[in-house]
Design a protein around this ligand. Sequence first.
Ligand code: HEM
Length: 475
Amino acid sequence: MNTVTFPDGPSLPRFVQGGMALAAPLWTMRRLRDRYGSAFRVDVPIFGKAVVISDPAEVRQLFTTSPEIADNLDLNLGRVLGPHSFFAISGDAHKKQRKLLVPPFHGRRLRAYEAIVEEEAVREMATWPEGREFATLDSMMRITLNTILRAVFGADGADLAALRELLPAMVKLGSRLAVLPIPRTDLGRWSPWGRGLAYRREYDAIVDRLIAAARQDPRLDDRSDVLALMLQSSYDDGSGMSRDEIADQLITLLTAGHETTSTTLAWAVERLRRHPAVLRRLADEVDAGGSDLREATILEVQRVRPVIDRTARQVRAPSLRLGRWTLPKGQVVLVSIYLIHLDEALFPDARRFNPDRFAGRRPDTYQWIPFGGGGRRCIGAAFAQMEMNVVLRTLLRDFTLEPTSKRGERWHSRGIAFCPAKGGRAVVRRRPALRSLDQDHATAAERLRGPDGQESQVRHRQAGDDQRRCLGHRP
Ligand code: HEM
């Protein structure tokens, strides 16, 4: 075996390093980078003594290394999301699942989901107060949750309502369990693990109903939701996805896609209010039917405020020669998305929010990495960008977002993702030309709830159609 070599790192006691990484994770990363350069070794809770890298050449090498040499790091996610979840599988099983599940999130398929996103955005924004400051994060959460439930689960009616109730609590508990040690004995149904199992039973029952209904749906071929596509897809040997694979992957897609997208949207609001010139240009662009600046803005929000600050790999081969180091089997390597995005050599004036840096150019795959990279790159990246684009377009088209001279909101860790500490606060005014139509939206949103206070998918679709008609949207 090659001699193992590690980058330098602090020699502080383990609990001090761990405490700093927990209490001030981003500050700690910056300090260590300033002290040791782009690679260092530090004790991080959950990951242990990890090597952190942020040099694009080393990042590229790690991302493109074969999974037999370095692959994902399974924390407790297999127990929380299920053994078939993307986060729990590796090797051939992982390749097979990606082959099947990458297509639903690309190209023509994506366009089918745009209408759902817009409908959810219009409906949620109809509830926004005018002229009074409020946090947008909860709204963004509802938009992305409802979008995934409809676009991915194909849920409707009572099942949609039940999942909407169950899943936020289940995901919140799951993200805590993912970092807790697994108990050796059964601690009973009131313990966190016991509650997790109860949620999972409830979830499984709903998924079984959705699968049974889809199998009997005579229009299954015409459906564009990911569940319908899963049921119709097959592996190279002709076999289909099993029921357990479908259930585990559906909850994985929701867990991975919901909070990440909504926190990025809340950051977009936070950044734009502090950059009035960009905001004005975006409003002009939306009126003219353009999208270039909006797309560049989303790229820049993801660069300056990456909601996932790192991604991890673990050495699987006896050793891995990575850049200047030789790492042993089992070594955890963290790619610091946060540090690479702050690199002055890659992004001059890196702390400045400047969407024009992406005007007319696509970012480099190994320098702009909010979605990670290589064979494990986020499969929902194009879906998330479409969703953020449609939500921002709707916001800019229907509202004036008021600028502010207040200090930027601080970063707050929600466990999975970083969000603006005050939830991306906004002050909005309905745009005058559309005022009366927006009042129609509010009425439409009220109608969706119905006399029983429950939302009906049929009412929902009808209202969406009305709204598109009255705003002259393209179908
Ligand atoms: C702004 C929104 C999002 C961000 C910032 C984000 C970020 C990430 C990151 C950093 C990874 C790890 C990649 C790596 O290790 O190299 C990842 C993986 C993943 N993401 Fe996303 N994601 C977002 C939205 C979504 C959406 C909307 C979905 C699906 C609907 C999704 C599904 C997944 C899945 C399934 C994986 C695991 C891929 C694998 O292991 O092969 N994500 N995401």
